[in-house]
Design a binder for this molecule. Structure first.
Ligand SMILES: [Mn+2]
Length: 271
């Protein structure tokens, strides 16, 4: 592991979808190796059990991500995992504490500035999942096939793999989901009614930080299939949405200019 370059009080990530062709596993690995935090929240759909249960979908690189998370927990990082709909099987472990790793339906995080945040994946606020599960499941497999096909198609055309093929179709599908459920409004009002100052969620793959008109914060950690985003809490309690693509570029500059790292290129290079 390379030396961490980024330090935060808390890190919130969701929707890795490990075990699918679309998961940007190399970027996840790079990010995890570059970051150090006191609290790591895994906000659901980390392992895609809908897809990875099929033989051959799970790869060594997916295992490496899990290993890196376990390693962080061994070295003092407190890990909190709220399973999502794609890794709902882990909900059977809700309430469990495994070393420094806790699993539960939701968590309460208190920031350094005293804000109370509800941490939850959010699928229970999405009607396309709660009442139309077969449709959501079929869509997950359509997206998997589409990604595999587009990767093949682009490598055939350009001689190199291209991951972004399904983005437009996925965006249309996500708009359809929003038609069925005003996800953001429902989850934010629920958090407000429960007395929270804000909610950190994932699920809809739309990274966003917004303050509701009633004052409650909505923070969506996005995903690592298309956006590669993370919500961080700085040591003064400030919350921020960060894009790994941008962060990666900045790290390259910093690592070369400021900190003499043992393996700076490994941090900066896209594999
Ligand atoms: Mn989800």
């Amino acid at each position: 592991m390379t030396s961490p370059l980024l330090r935060y009080r808390a890190v919130f990530v969701s929707d890795f979808h490990l075990g699918t062709a679309a998961a940007q596993t190399e970027h996840i690995q790079q990010f995890l190796e570059s970051v150090e935090c006191d609290y790591l929240y895994l906000v659901g759909d980390i392992i895609d059990l809908w897809v990875s249960i099929k033989a051959g979908k799970w790869r060594q690189r997916d295992t490496n991500v899990i290993r890196t998370i376990l390693e962080k927990s061994e070295y003092g990082c407190r890990v909190f995992f709220t399973p999502g709909n794609h890794d709902a099987l882990f909900r059977k472990l809700n309430g469990a504490a495994l070393g420094n790793i806790r699993i539960d339906h939701d968590f309460t995080h208190i920031t350094a500035s005293g804000q109370r945040l509800l941490i939850v994946h959010g699928d229970l606020f999405d009607r396309s999942v709660t009442s139309l599960k077969p449709l959501a499941w079929s869509a997950a497999w359509c997206y998997e096939f589409l990604t595999v096909f587009m990767n093949w198609f682009h490598s055939f055309l350009h001689g190199k793999a291209e991951r972004r093929g399904g983005t437009q179709i996925k965006a249309k599908f996500k708009r359809l989901i929003q038609y069925f459920s005003s996800f953001q409004e429902h989850i934010t009002i629920d958090a407000k009614n429960k007395g929270y100052d804000g909610v950190v969620c994932g699920h809809i793959h739309k990274p966003k930080v917004e303050t509701h008109e009633k004052g409650t914060l909505y923070l969506n950690a996005g995903d690592w299939v298309e956006n590669c985003t993370v919500i961080v809490e700085h040591f003064d309690g400030r919350l921020e949405l960060l894009y790994w693509d941008q962060l990666r570029r900045e790290l390259e500059l910093d690592s070369l200019r400021l900190i003499p790292l043992p393996e700076p290129k490994q941090v900066a290079t896209q594999k």
